[in-house]
Design a protein around this ligand. Structure first.
Ligand SMILES: Nc1ncnc2c1ncn2[C@@H]1O[C@H](COP(=O)(O)OP(=O)(O)OP(=O)(O)O)[C@@H](O)[C@H]1O
Ligand SMILES: [Mg+2]
Length: 266
């Protein structure tokens, strides 16, 4: 749910940080791998700058402290799920302290390409305890708005294949071997990630954006919502949660999905 109220932390937060002077806006674009986050952030940045806003964009694994280390660790074969989760927590803590908070103090619109929600979804997809992983990220700031670009795995497949020519080892969950090959593992793993994000939507007040539409339609939707947020328009109190668009109830992909017990609680 978009809000123009002052920022707070989810839990105890970063110690010694005064959030009362944060006059910028923290906006999260979430969604599974290849859904179109970079495409939207690039258009949003240009649009916001034309409107006269100072914009900072940041994203997962881009921290100066551990961004490169995460990429290096992913090249090797000793990185386990627990360490991966803690690496991502460090990445967000470092970006919060050194990039996001200073930008918010200076009044920037901060667009973040994923926040910790993808980390939770990935952790749950790999079998971590949702209660534990949620607590890990209790230090994080609550954003003003979280836009979840949502689609099904079958919509992701052409985007991932055409954009990159194939499937990435980690984006396919091959570290936990979810299928006999990259394709099967990608479908199963991304399905789990999407279910975990869906399960988190009410708890974290995601605004669900139908990302099966053309990029310009998705952009128009985001512009309308962000425009309202920046104009300080509040949502109607007691508004009902958006129903999932019918198109998103579409048929499951060809690979048979296994039950995801943990995702229900994500
Ligand atoms: N709404 C859309 N419909 C169809 N194709 C799209 C849409 N949005 C983006 N694409 C295409 O999908 C591919 C992936 O888009 P993009 O790089 O923006 O996704 P991403 O979510 O940032 O991916 P990554 O997880 O790799 O960072 C690109 O080829 C892009 O042109
Ligand atoms: Mg991207």
């Amino acid at each position: 749910m978009a809000t123009d109220s002052p920022l707070t932390f989810y839990d105890d937060g970063l110690t010694g940080v005064d959030v009362s002077a944060l006059c910028g806006k923290l906006i999260v674009i979430e969604g599974p791998d290849g859904v179109g986050r970079s495409t939207q952030i690039s258009m949003l940045r240009t649009w916001l700058e034309h409107q006269g806003h100072a914009v900072m964009d940041t994203g997962m694994a881009r921290s100066a402290l551990v961004g490169k280390t995460i990429k290096q660790a992913k090249q090797g074969n000793t990185l386990g799920p627990l360490t991966l989760n803690l690496f991502y927590a460090t990445d967000i803590a470092d970006r919060l302290e050194n990039e996001i908070l200073p930008a918010l103090r200076a009044g920037f619109v901060v667009l973040t390409d994923r926040y910790f929600f993808s980390s939770i979804a990935r952790a749950v997809a790999r079998g971590s305890d949702p209660v534990w992983i949620r607590a890990v990220f209790g230090f994080a700031l609550r954003p003003h708005a979280i836009f979840y670009l949502r689609c099904e795995v079958q919509d992701l497949l052409p985007r991932v294949v055409y954009a990159r020519g194939g499937f990435d080892y980690w984006e396919s969950g091959m570290d936990v071997r979810m299928g006999k090959d990259l394709y099967e593992s990608f479908v199963r793993y991304q399905n789990r990630v999407i279910r975990a994000l869906d399960a988190m939507a009410p708890r974290y007040h995601f605004e669900i954006i139908d990302a099966t539409r053309a990029p310009e339609k998705v952009f128009a939707d985001l512009k309308r919502r962000i425009g309202k947020l920046l104009a300080g328009k509040k949502k109607k109190a007691g508004g009902k949660a958006r129903r999932k668009p019918a198109a998103l109830e579409a048929a499951a992909p060809a690979v048979v999905e296994e039950p995801v017990v943990a995702a229900v609680e994500a």
